[in-house]
Design a protein around this ligand. Structure first.
Ligand SMILES: [Ca+2]
Ligand SMILES: [Ca+2]
Ligand SMILES: [Ca+2]
Ligand SMILES: [Ca+2]
Length: 466
């Protein structure tokens, strides 16, 4: 901890950590009202998705209209019914096409699974079928996402509300209609929505539905799938257990709104967000109306929640819409330690949410710059923490080069201490140089951090994605 002190004083911005943009926890949800009196059709167990700047609301229990909301005109337009009663799905879109995979039809509690993959073309407002789920992977109430133009289907339930939650994870390639089985998730869940943030799928909330009370058995575990490493990761448990919640990606976070659970007769208005780099949750302002399983989607920078049921269970359904302004900024370097999230995750194995992954007092980027190991608090095994090592003025990486810190060689020719920031010789006893003539590791760290922070600020201005 001592070693962190100087950089913290000199470069407070670098260590603020909290400066990364995120959705404002103090702002309120706003009612969304049309310009012409048109409304969403009241419904639940439906789905919503944004395509080409418009929001499509599809399905639900009983036959429902496909509806499109135009945020510029602020109007709802009916586009005709679905080909069959279809509910308990998460719509995904590729280009102009909306895919419904892993859904139910008809009747509680043993709903029939729809194996066909139904596709809605938003240009022609017509439906088609693009193959079906393999018989061994058929389920409804699954989560679906798109990553690199392929659709990933997670979890769901094989027996409607009678049981059979699964942890299945599959890839469907719409271009070839090829279906690929992937590793099971750590937790089975249904009645949830999955999201993709950067290279990660996030599955939060949901439950393992069963009888006699279908509203029990919530899943509080949060699972993340790393599409690059092809592995599942555990994040923190969701603070408020619920199913039928509406989830979207917002910058580095997943936001989970509403839901239902057996301990509450009314649907929840709870809104919570989890950052994928910390795996930790925080609370946002509650929705105006508690609701579950309507449709959630980001449209024009706002998280829209549409329709749904206001109580636990199926009634009453609502036709209302409300929205929350989100911050969709994705950070390049979440912990501001001079290394990009991607490099930390993929190249160095360091923690993208910790400046000093191994806790040795030297920040990750400085360790790499100086040739230390950012995953080993004592790189050379001499019993001195990396952050406490004294470094010679001419920086020599200590790896394979014994630093010999406790045996200083005083007044050695060519070892006149130099102020690294100005290039001027430094007077002895200033505190920047040890009695041995070695420049404090803290000074070098501060200089390097200063350089990195200036570079980083420029990079952030250029590359931060909105
Ligand atoms: Ca970083
Ligand atoms: Ca880091
Ligand atoms: Ca360190
Ligand atoms: Ca280290």
């Amino acid at each position: 901890m001592r070693a962190l002190l100087l950089p913290c004083v000199v470069f407070p911005l670098l260590f603020s950590g909290a400066s990364s943009a995120q959705t404002d926890a103090n702002q309120d949800w706003q009612a969304v009202v049309s310009s012409d009196g048109s409304t969403a059709q009241a419904r639940h167990e439906s789905g919503a998705i944004e395509v080409n700047g418009k929001l499509y609301l599809i399905g639900g229990r009983a036959m429902r209209e496909v509806q499109v909301y135009d945020p510029v005109a602020a109007t709802w337009t009916d586009l005709g019914p679905t080909p069959l009663e279809i509910h308990h799905f998460q719509p995904v879109a590729i280009g102009d096409l909306i895919y419904l995979i892993g859904s139910f039809t008809c009747c509680y509690p043993s709903e029939e699974i729809i194996a066909d993959i139904h596709v809605f073309d938003t240009q022609t407002n017509t439906w088609s079928i693009a193959g079906s789920m393999p018989a061994s992977r058929v389920r409804g109430s699954a989560g679906s996402v798109v990553y690199n133009n392929k659709i990933y289907v997670l979890g769901g339930n094989t027996q409607g509300h009678a049981g059979g939650a699964v942890a299945w994870f599959d890839e469907y390639d719409p271009a070839t209609q090829q279906w690929t089985v992937l590793p099971d998730a750590p937790n089975a869940r249904d009645h949830f929505a999955a999201v993709v943030i950067e290279d990660f799928l996030v599955a939060a909330a949901g439950r393992q539905t069963s009888q006699p009370n279908p509203f029990t058995n919530p899943v509080i575990k949060t699972d993340m799938y790393d599409f690059v490493a092809n592995q599942w990761i555990a994040a923190d448990d969701i603070p408020t257990a619920r199913a039928g919640a509406l989830s979207v990606a917002a910058g580095d976070e997943v936001i989970v709104a509403g839901g239902e659970i057996n301990t509450s007769t009314i649907a929840l208005n709870t809104v919570e967000a989890m950052n994928i780099y910390t795996g930790q949750w925080r609370t946002l302002k509650p929705m105006l109306l508690g609701r579950h399983s309507g449709g959630g989607a980001v449209l024009n920078g706002r998280f829209h929640v549409t329709a749904g049921s206001l109580n636990t269970g199926g009634a009453p359904e609502t036709d209302t819409v409300e929205a929350l302004v989100i911050d969709d900024t994705k950070t390049i370097d979440f912990d501001l330690d001079g290394l990009s999230n991607n490099d930390e995750l993929r190249l160095y194995g360091t923690n993208p949410a910790r400046t000093d992954t191994d806790g040795d007092g030297m920040i990750d980027s400085v360790e790499i710059q100086l040739g230390f190991d950012p995953l080993n608090e004592d790189t050379d095994g001499d019993g001195i923490l990396d952050g406490d090592e004294a470094i010679e003025p001419v920086v020599n990486p200590p790896v394979g080069n014994e630093p010999n810190d406790n045996e200083p060689e005083d007044n050695e020719p060519g070892q006149t201490p130099v102020d690294m920031s100005s290039g001027e010789p430094v007077e002895q006893g200033t505190g920047m140089v040890t009695s041995s003539g070695s420049v404090s590791v803290m000074l070098i760290a501060a200089i390097l951090v200063g350089r990195l922070s200036r570079i980083r600020l420029r990079l952030r201005q250029i590359y931060v994605e909105k």
